[in-house]
Ligand binder design. Structure first.
Ligand SMILES: O=C(O)c1ccccc1NCC(=O)[C@H](O)[C@H](O)COP(=O)(O)O
Length: 349
């Protein structure tokens, strides 16, 4: 394998060296550090694209660059995340961006125990469950979610819900969150998810831009065609009534980022009711799903063990009297991580 750094090659050189590599049956890792370089790499025909978070001229780190660049790269390329990969949270973040490989240097060099560090990175790349805390509306609960290691934060833009938050308020509560504005060392910032029910596509795209949402969760009757009009990766919530409905998922597979399996309820979602985990586990065998509906500190370990979802989504289960509860948020996420450690120990024994 050879390394071709986009920043020091013009288009002609890049194409030529890719051609030479292919003719010698070598593979090329084409490294990029901007959207423009990513576009050039794709146009030159690069198959393996490395997104380096480190700016090689200033050595400054841009850990969230990969989130933006990944969304514009075609799904058939092999994506390698490069630089700044230290913690479990860093690796879970990369798993979320569907990168296929990671290139780790510094964190191994400075580690006192390289085998354990490698094991930790691999475990988090392959066996962790993404956690989304949904229905947030106060800075203190955003702090609690980030401190506990939440992977995604959800905001409800559905007016009839008691969890409704005005889009303009999201920026102010994020600005008021100490953990969001000044994350501790080793802490990765979660991605922001906006939850909408049967809203116009233009409105959703506008709110996404205004708030800086990373993902859009569509929780109503939105069709696969509608999902394609959304300018951010879509999480489509589906409430499956029975096994015949598993076919319905297929129509959404190519036009969404993830599917979320929720319990059918008249108010669309967030009702705190457990769904059919057997059905969800069939769905999880076919797709990377988020499991939602009535998850709590008490039942989440069983849910993960039975369903094997890619991620889980909770709202009511981390509330007391219909308000988010920081202690429950922390205990819920701790429970998820503990259940992963138990499964890892089982795998290793
Ligand atoms: O939370 C709401 O009020 C809500 C209203 C309308 C559509 C979706 C809604 N929530 C989405 C979620 O919070 C989750 O995706 C999921 O339904 C979790 O629910 P819960 O059973 O409360 O954990």
């Amino acid at each position: 394998m050879i390394l071709l750094i986009c920043a020091i090659l013009d288009d002609q050189q890049l194409r030529h060296l890719l051609h030479v590599a292919t003719s010698l049956r070598m593979r090329a890792l084409v490294e990029v550090h901007s959207q423009e370089e990513a576009r050039r790499a794709v146009e030159a025909g690069a198959i393996i694209i490395g997104v380096n978070s480190r700016d090689l001229t200033t050595f400054e780190m841009h850990p969230y660059l990969i989130r933006e660049i990944r969304q514009t790269l075609p799904g058939d390329r092999i994506i390698v995340a490069e630089s700044g990969i230290h913690s479990a949270a860093d690796v879970r973040r990369l798993a979320r961006y569907d990168v296929q490989a990671m290139l780790v240097g510094e964190s191994l060099v400075v580690s006192n125990d390289i085998p354990t560090h490698v094991q930790m990175l691999l475990h988090n790349a392959n066996h962790t469950t993404q956690v989304k805390i949904c229905g947030l509306s106060e800075a203190e609960h955003i702090d609690a979610a980030i401190d506990a290691g939440a992977d995604m934060l959800g905001f409800i833009f559905h007016e009839p819900s008691h969890r409704y938050i005005q889009p303009e308020r999201v920026s102010s509560i994020l600005a008021a969150s100490r953990s969001y504005t000044q994350p501790a060392k080793g802490q990765a910032l979660p991605d922001l998810v906006g939850v909408f029910v049967n809203k116009e596509a233009d409105y959703i795209n506008e709110v996404a831009e205004q708030v800086g949402l990373h993902y859009i969760q569509l929780h109503g009757n939105e069709t696969p065609e509608f999902c394609q009009r959304i300018k951010r990766p879509v999480i489509k919530a589906l409430s499956l009534q029975d096994a015949t409905e598993l076919e319905r998922m297929e129509a959404y597979r190519d036009v969404t980022w993830r599917l979320l399996i929720d319990t059918p309820t008249p108010d669309w979602g967030g009702a705190g009711r457990i769904g059919d985990w057997e059905l969800a586990s069939l769905a999880a065998q076919q797709n990377k799903i988020l499991l939602a509906g009535g998850l709590t500190i008490e039942n989440v370990a069983n849910a993960i063990q039975q369903v094997h979802p890619w991620g889980i989504d909770v709202s009511s289960g981390v509330e007391t009297d219909k308000k988010k509860d920081s202690q429950k948020i922390a205990a819920f996420i701790a429970q998820v991580r503990q259940s992963e450690n138990i499964s890892r120990e089982k795998l290793e024994s």
